[in-house]
Ligand binder design. Structure first.
Ligand code: GSH
Length: 211
């Protein structure tokens, strides 16, 4: 893993990711849907590459994702999404009008604070932990399930009434939630039974890049 650019190397956005990280997949999906060229650099969490000194230069917290845009390094998936919108002028994903932006922010904050984490915790406990050599915590499944079941009706009701979280077109709120919802089978969550409108929404979001 090297951060240095060779003399004369043509600049291309770099993205560090792990394929199973939903935080990193927020960025990969956004790049795909907007056809943004980027060099994608896998970081092996299994081999602890995220804690190597070289990687800590781009993400001092030692987590994925991270980007390098020219000489500008940035971490935290939501900050990266907002940066890509502004720097690539993709405001259709994050409206500029006061109230439209506030509604997009409301859903972005909500999904980040509430449903995303229990999806990941359940997928971790029920499927990923063993693959990553971690330990499962029996109490964590019950707690995450309880948290998720509290949130699913809110999401399902919203998506029965609106094609996307913040309205008729997809925004960063949808990008932020989508990779976590795709963990539902690993998480052992039957979306068809529990939140059919969320399931239908995930198909709509998956089609975002096909226009
Ligand atoms: N708030 C961060 C979370 C990133 C995160 O927790 N990434 C995980 C992978 S899903 C990671 O890198 N974990 C490695 C570690 O914490 O040691 C973001 O939104 O980018």
């Amino acid at each position: 893993m090297t951060l240095n650019r060779a003399a004369g190397e043509v600049f291309v956005l770099k993205v560090w990711f792990h394929p199973e990280s939903p935080y990193a997949r927020r960025i990969l999906c956004f790049l795909d849907w907007n056809k943004i060229e980027a060099e994608r650099i896998p970081v092996s969490l299994e081999q602890r590459e995220h804690r190597e000194a070289e990687y800590l230069k781009v993400n001092p917290w030692g987590r994925v994702p991270a980007i390098l845009d020219g000489d500008f390094a940035l971490s935290e998936s939501l900050a990266i999404l907002r940066y890509l919108v502004e720097s690539r002028k993709l405001h259709q994903w994050y409206p500029q009008g006061l109230r439209e932006r506030a509604v997009a922010d409301q859903w972005l904050e909500y999904v980040s604070q509430h449903p995303c984490r229990p999806f990941l915790d359940l997928a971790w406990e029920r499927s990923m932990a063993t693959r990553f050599g971690g330990r499962t915590n029996p109490g964590a499944v019950d707690m995450a399930l309880k948290r998720l079941k509290r949130e699913l009706p809110f999401l399902d009701a919203r998506l029965a009434a609106s094609p996307f979280l913040a309205g008729s077109t997809p925004t960063l709120a949808d990008v932020a939630l989508y990779p976590f919802v795709t963990l539902s089978s690993e998480a052992g969550v039957d979306l068809k039974a529990l939140a059919p409108n969320l399931l239908a929404w995930s198909d709509r979001v998956a089609g975002c890049g096909q226009a």
